[in-house]
Design a protein around this ligand. Structure first.
Ligand code: SAH
Ligand code: SF4
Length: 362
């Protein structure tokens, strides 16, 4: 767990939005405030999503000044925002207190608003098809920095978000403790109140953490970025496969599905002539046979820095048919925000290049 004490420039104040209700009550006791005050402040921070202590209108001025001396409320700042002309998708580039950038994507489905949030500034996993991986790793996000992506998008659009996917920048299971705390906070009914069944967490396959999750029996949906049916291909695309290969990953997934009775969603980005062949589809079907799972096919997003191309619609249909003929359900993910290039990592990378002086500002 990263230290909740503030970053540079914030004095030694505590990141209050990363604290659980119990921690807040304990801290307030130390400061001499009654317990109901902790509940009130927690409600302002999480249910109402206020951005300053001054917005807490039922808290006296004196108490607000004590709060300000001891805590700070973290908020992301909207650096850039792109709204799709095709659908209601909004892509945000958010700035953090230390000048780092992260991305989130807000999407509108028939069942409501979903936000895809980042869990790290960058990522250290280095997948060859991914813009985030190419942009390098800066640091883990704190729970407040994950929460603030949601509350800021809600405020900015005057909406309630009903679903959260941890599929933005970063590998959630590489920031395990902060992500678990974020999940506890976001799903609290006295807070943001987004139930675990409305949350998906996507991992590139950090197997030891998947086993830890099994013990926790989480109610969220686990998505596993598989992208290849064998070690030759997967190790080429995803360095983590050299640590935990396809068989070890799938063994953990099988145990997870058996223990939680929850269907795993396998993400598979289709890359032309690389992992989209009939042979790959048959191999994948063989590996997943009998598992409680679903395959989510994603036509790969082209990214500067590699030569990967999207599969043809014809080959995508063939791939699906082969999986379905083996009894494995598969769907192609709907592309939202096609005009604003909604996959994560590209805006941050561009911003970094700008500040390194490699390209001209817009
Ligand atoms: N680190 C986690 C979650 C963030 S990435 C993970 O890897 O699962 C979210 C999803 O986007 C993953 O399934 C990832 O493989 C996929 N992805 C990354 N770059 C992509 C690209 N260029 N085209 C299509 N999918 C991509
Ligand atoms: Fe990291 Fe996921 Fe991108 Fe791989 S696909 S580099 S794990 S964000």
């Amino acid at each position: 767990m990263q230290d909740l004490q503030s970053a540079e420039g914030m004095r030694e104040r505590t990141d209050i939005k990363s604290m659980t209700k119990a921690e807040l009550a304990e801290d307030f006791k130390r400061l001499g405030f009654p317990k109901y005050r902790a509940d009130q402040v927690y409600g302002w921070l999480h249910a109402k999503g206020v951005e300053s202590f001054d917005e807490m209108t039922n808290i006296s001025k004196d108490m607000r000044s004590v709060l300000l001396q001891n805590y700070y409320i973290f908020n992301v700042t909207i650096e850039k925002k792109f709204v799709s002309a095709y659908d209601d998708t909004v892509k945000y580039l958010f700035k953090l207190d230390d000048g780092e950038y992260i991305e989130s994507v807000l999407m509108h489905y028939h069942h409501g608003w979903t936000i895809c949030i980042s869990t790290q500034a960058g990522c250290r996993m280095g997948c060859t098809f991914c813009a985030t991986g190419m942009g390098g790793f800066a640091r883990n996000l704190r729970p407040s920095e994950m929460l603030s992506q949601i509350t800021t998008a809600q405020r900015d659009n005057d909406i309630r978000i009903s679903n959260v996917v941890l599929m933005g920048m970063g590998e959630p299971l590489d920031n395990f403790d902060n992500v678990m705390r974020f999940l506890e906070l976001v799903s609290d009914l006295d807070g943001v109140g987004i139930g675990m069944r409305h949350i998906s967490l996507s991992t590139c396959g950090v197997v030891d953490r998947i086993y830890e999750l099994i013990d926790l029996k989480p109610q969220f949906t686990l998505s596993v970025s598989l992208h290849a049916p064998n070690d030759r291909l997967r190790s080429e695309m995803m360095p983590i496969n050299k640590k935990w290969n396809v068989d070890r990953l799938l063994e953990a997934c099988r145990k997870y599905a058996e223990a939680t009775h929850r269907r795993i969603s396998f993400e598979y980005s289709l890359i032309k002539d690389k992992n989209d062949t009939d042979e790959c589809a048959r191999e994948l079907a063989g590996k997943l046979r009998g598992m409680l799972c679903h395959v989510n096919l994603i036509p790969v997003n082209t990214v500067k820095g590699n030569s990967y191309e999207r599969s043809s619609p014809h080959q995508i249909q063939r791939f699906i048919r082969i999986l379905e003929n083996s009894g494995i359900t598969a769907t192609v993910r709907r592309t939202l925000g096609a005009d604003i290039n909604a996959s994560c990592g590209q805006l941050r990378r561009r911003k970094k290049e700008e500040s390194d002086g490699n390209i001209q500002q817009d």
